[in-house]
Design a protein around this ligand. Structure first.
Ligand SMILES: Cc1cc2nc3c(=O)[nH]c(=O)nc-3n(C[C@H](O)[C@H](O)[C@H](O)COP(=O)(O)O)c2cc1C
Length: 194
């Protein structure tokens, strides 16, 4: 294994979990993309589930050829889920996107940026019970954005409250630690895609 394999740039995919219009996800995703683009060790892929066709009635676990995002997920070294909380859980399109795929998640870390009345904590904690089934690990740190709708400026841009950027960096740094380690693991013992 070369030094580049271990310490090189990491590909991080952000999955935007709300698909409704209008949605608070839009200003939050703009903010998140701006913050993550400024980080020099990662290459970013923004995957907006609102722009992806993954019909529930045609769900093909394993993704691969039938999924328009399987290759993008497979290329990622780690994930950030930007997820709202709906009825004390995560939205159905998030579960559908997870279920459509399998090996694409394997031996990779997943981090969360949650939002909602209480910051999406229940959505995040429930997602933590899902990913081990896919051989993915979730990082301890997370970003909670309670009542983020109260933090929009006159132009509708998200203005993060104090401590948010620090929480994001703590989360992303932990994601990097896991992503590096698990990329080494996948290089040593490659995942065979379905
Ligand atoms: C169907 C539905 C259920 C919701 N349930 C909760 C909830 O249980 N807890 C919470 O904190 N917020 C809840 N909310 C508020 C959302 O978290 C909030 O509206 C958020 O902005 C939605 O994100 P979006 O606009 O990007 O879809 C709910 C919203 C919807 C549409």
């Amino acid at each position: 294994m070369t030094e580049d394999n271990v310490n090189g740039r990491l590909r991080i995919a952000v999955v935007i979990g709300s698909v409704r219009r209008p949605r608070l996800a839009d200003p939050l995703a703009v903010w998140l993309e701006r913050e993550l683009t400024a980080i020099d060790w990662l290459d970013l892929d923004m995957i907006d589930l609102a722009s992806v066709s993954l019909p529930m009635h045609e769900m093909q676990p394993g993704g691969a050829a039938a999924s328009p995002i399987a290759d993008r997920l497979a290329d990622a070294d780690g994930f950030v889920f930007l997820t709202p909380e709906y009825n004390h859980s995560f939205p159905a399109p998030v579960k559908n996107a997870i279920d459509w795929h399998f090996t694409e998640w394997a031996y990779k870390p997943v981090a969360f940026v949650g939002y909602g009345g209480s910051g999406g904590i229940r959505a995040i904690e429930q997602l933590r019970t899902v990913f081990p089934e896919l051989r993915a690990t979730t990082v301890r740190e997370s970003v909670l954005l309670p009542m983020a709708w109260e933090h929009l400026d006159a132009d509708g841009r998200f203005v993060p409250p104090q401590g948010t950027v620090q929480a994001l960096h703590a989360t992303i740094n932990e994601l990097r630690t896991w992503a590096r380690a698990l990329r080494s693991l996948r290089l040593a013992d490659p995942v065979v895609r379905a």
